[in-house]
Design a protein around this ligand. Structure first.
Ligand code: MGD
Ligand code: MGD
Ligand code: MO
Length: 763
């Protein structure tokens, strides 16, 4: 074997180096990473996999009959065409849609994680292209934190200030006495960071806290949501009921006079409103919450006693708000920390999302990391991101969002780059009906994902391994030279070059490229960081030096607790960006919206879908431990965890026994919306009455022999939970994604299960 040079690179799941001998890519984690992610093992499979898109492809029906509404999307064959032919046709179609229906008829929301590089970032590239050629309907917020992104600025502060730079892992290691983790802080989740981190510190910080004597309390239906080494007390809560537990904790603490009345008076607003609710019938005491949460009243009272002493940190995982009324646990967690008087103390108070992502809870860099310049979008129309199917199915319909009324635009053309909505959106059969409404659907992706298989035009993108880029995030000190490791696959091209050629056909090449090559953009973007370093009198190597070294360590600001610590010290001098400048434990502003599904204080609201006799289980569809979403689902680490190629569903042994299900059996998970197959894994790490199936298995629709009336897509034979999830907003306040929870039935599968064929190219 030839020895080849190892080159630096980065992914959302960590910084690494790799060498390529012409056939095999060998990947090694960054030597400075104390806890690298095994997800790195998925990377080598990206090179020349059969699921790669090798050449531009067009859907037969679209190419032959032209644009228009078409239920054949997702069911049609593809033709290979030349780059020139496809770009000519696409430029023409873009022009047609813009002149016939206006620029807002082009949807460029294009949600998704794409790759870690800051220049070849799929959404950044697409948005720039669509902005310079006339504009587009955009999306706001994320699938990750849609409910929190709307409620947090109303009650505490901006999403970044509360997640990234509030309570840090260093503070947890040094100061916290009790960690009360709603939804846990699973190491599988903090393995992932937008833009990549060079050091995964979470395990070490939790272990250090534990060694110091800190106590961890895990509130979650799943035991592995905190690492074994912290020896957590596990409270296996009924999903979707956390806010009831939070309210009972507040009630108990206040009833026993152990709340911080002074802090509530000096730093909070809306306390009377919340206090009244806590004590109004039904009184929100431990007995009341026990009946809702499934956690006994004695345990709740004991927990209330514990958290009232010492330094208590309340964390709320993103998962809790990816559900109906998801705003409530975010607000409840904030209010609980405020009632305890802990907000702004080192290692204490509240950190939303700590442990959900690897870039949270870290010091901030002292200089900006390179970012691609944005071009203003001339179109103002937008949707909350997870309302995409509603928009396509109900153009012109009105809906509420963030205290105002909006109207869904009539979109005719959608572009997707760097995301996989036919994995990430809820109720995928409905999503398929929604996409049938389009005139034209364009997808840029390196892979034949389920989304690509629904597109009219599929443009093969290079993967990050096939181009030079830079990796960085504002809360990690390493700027990484992401060097090209392998040649582009087939006819794959960089998204940037494709948009440049399309912009050219539309008469906007210069506006798009600013006359820079991809390499010149890297130098240009790096220069902002270099200048900021020079201004601080720090070593500021030029681009060539940085590139040759492969990385650059950036200075960081001191870990001072950020906005919340400053606010605690002097609320008058450092008010929060909320309506009152204080923590809103209740809110006049929100109360004035008059929303039936979102009162002006944290509240327990019954979900409109919950387990019943027909669908007795909560399905938790959480993030996969073995990959990032659907990316590299065929990679070694992801594929290695499947059973006979199928995704694994976790079920309690008592539930399995009652259903006649054995370990490894193929089961059918179903409700009125659809069904999927998965391989059962029996485990007492899960609360009875709950089953857990991670997201990300590529949707593989087949007819369901149990329900032939659903047609050809009633059953996903691979195990994508979005075959059964519900497509509805968290509330009329935030309209966030509610994919995490839905009610299902589980049965043994009595037929011969079809093979999974999702990881191939279509015919
Ligand atoms: N049921 C349920 N559903 C959920 C969730 C849940 O909890 N439950 N969670 C939600 C959450 S939080 C999220 S963030 C979403 C994630 O959903 P997505 O972000 O859409 O999922 P990914 O699989 O990361 O999709 C990224 C896509 O980008 C492609 N890609 C990679 N690099 C490039 C590139 O350079 N150029 C181009 N053009 N494409 C590239 C990849 O091949 C892949 O298809 O899922 C959501 N869906
Ligand atoms: N390995 C890996 N890590 C990831 C990702 C990935 O795809 N793979 N995706 C990243 C992204 S984009 C995001 S947004 C974050 C998401 O971060 P999270 O949303 O926090 O992650 P999840 O794994 O979906 O959920 C965390 C845990 O919450 C628990 N849970 C679910 N419902 C409830 C509930 O009602 N109450 C309580 N108390 N607990 C509940 C589940 O047991 C679940 O394991 O993860 C990031 N990290
Ligand atoms: Mo996410």
């Amino acid at each position: 074997m030839t020895e080849t040079e190892a080159k630096s690179h980065s992914a959302h799941w960590g910084v690494f180096s790799a060498d390529y001998d012409g056939t095999r890519l060998r990947v090694r984690p960054h030597p400075g990473d104390p806890d690298p992610s095994p997800v790195l093992d998925n990377i080598p499979a990206a090179v020349a996999h059969p699921a790669r898109v090798a050449a531009p492809a067009v859907r037969r029906g679209w190419w032959e009959r032209g644009p228009g509404r078409d239920p054949a999307r997702g069911r049609d064959g593809y033709l290979t065409v030349s780059w020139d032919a496809v770009l000519d046709r696409l430029a023409e179609e873009t022009q047609r849609v813009r002149t016939t229906y206006g620029d807002e008829a082009v949807y460029g929301g294009s949600y998704g994680w794409a790759s870690a590089g800051r220049f070849h970032h799929a959404q950044g590239q697409l948005h720039r292209f669509l902005a310079v050629t006339g504009g587009y309907t955009r999306s706001v917020n994320t699938y990750s934190g849609g409910a929190a992104e709307v409620i947090l600025p109303q009650i505490l502060g901006t999403f970044d200030a509360v997640t990234r730079y509030a309570v840090s892992w260093d503070q947890v290691a040094a100061h916290t006495d009790t960690v009360l983790a709603f939804g846990g802080m699973a190491l599988k989740n903090s393995a992932i960071a937008a833009g990549g981190v060079s050091r995964h510190v979470e395990r070490g910080a939790m272990r250090a806290a534990r060694d110091r004597g800190a106590v961890f309390v895990l509130v979650s239906p799943l035991r592995p949501d905190l690492p074994e080494e912290v020896d957590a007390t596990w409270l296996p809560i009924r999903p979707g009921t956390d806010v009831a537990l939070m309210l009972a904790l507040m009630h108990t603490v206040v009833a026993e006079g152990r709340h911080d009345a002074e802090f509530l008076a000096s730093h909070c607003d809306g306390w009377e409103r919340l206090r009244e609710y806590l004590f109004a019938a039904p009184v929100k005491d431990a007995e009341w919450a026990a009946a809702i949460t499934g956690i006994d009243a004695g345990t709740i009272r004991e927990l209330a006693w514990r958290i009232a002493y010492g330094r208590t940190l309340v964390t709320v995982a993103q998962s809790l708000q990816r559900a109906e009324h998801g705003e409530q646990p975010v607000w409840g967690g904030t209010a609980l920390a405020a009632v305890l008087g802990q907000v702004g103390r080192p290692g204490a108070g509240f950190n939303y999302g700590l442990g959900s992502l690897g870039h949270y809870g870290r010091p901030r860099n002292a200089v900006p990391v390179p970012t691609y310049s944005r071009v203003p979008n001339p179109v103002t129309s937008f949707i909350p991101v997870a309302r995409v199917a509603d928009m396509l199915l109900h153009p012109g319909e009105r809906y509420a969002y963030d205290g105002a009324e909006h109207t869904y635009p009539h979109v005719r053309m959608a572009w997707w780059a760097g995301g996989n909505p036919f994995h990430h959106h809820q109720d995928l059969r409905r999503m398929r009906r929604a996409v049938a409404e389009l005139d034209t659907f364009v997808v840029h992706d390196p892979m034949w994902t389920s989304t690509a298989r629904h597109a009219d035009v599929v443009l093969p993108s290079t993967t990050t391994l096939e181009r030079d880029d830079m990796g960085a995030t504002s809360s990690d000190p390493l700027l990484v030279a992401m060097k090209q490791l392998v040649p582009p696959h087939g006819q794959a091209r960089n998204d940037y070059d494709v948009y440049a050629d399309l912009a050219d056909r539309l008469g906007h090449r210069e506006a798009f490229t600013e006359n820079r090559t991809a390499h010149e953009w890297l130098v240009h973007m790096y220069d902002r960081t270099r200048k900021a370093l020079a201004d601080r009198g720090e070593p500021a190597p030029d681009f060539e030096e940085f590139w040759a070294a492969g990385e650059l360590v950036l200075p960081q600001r001191p870990d001072d607790g950020g906005m919340l610590a400053r606010f605690r010290a002097d609320p008058a001098a450092h008010p929060l960006p909320t309506p009152s400048g204080r923590i809103q434990v209740g809110s006049e502003t929100i109360a004035r919206h008059g929303l039936a599904d979102h009162p002006g204080h944290p509240a327990w609201l019954e979900p409109t879908e919950a387990p019943d006799a027909r669908h007795p289980f909560w399905l938790v569809s959480n993030q996969p431990a073995t990959r990032l979403h659907s990316q590299l689902d065929f990679g070694a680490h992801s594929a290695g965890a499947k059973r006979s190629g199928r995704e694994v569903v976790r079920i309690h042994p008592d539930d399995a026994a009652a259903l006649g299900i054995g370990d490894g059996d193929v089961v059918r998970i179903h409700n009125d919306r659809g069904a999927c197959l998965a391989a059962a894994r029996l485990s007492d790490d899960i609360r009875p009455g709950v089953v857990q199936l991670p997201t990300g298995a590529w949707w593989d629709p087949h007819p369901d022999p149990e329900r032939p009336e659903l047609g050809d897509d009633g059953l996903c034979v691979h195990g994508n939970p979005n075959a059964v999830t519900r497509d509805r907003g968290s509330s009329s306040l935030a309209q966030g994604c509610t994919g995490q929870l839905c009610a299902v039935a589980v049965s043994p599968y009595p037929h011969d299960p079809p093979d999974v064929t999702a990881h191939t190219a279509p015919v």
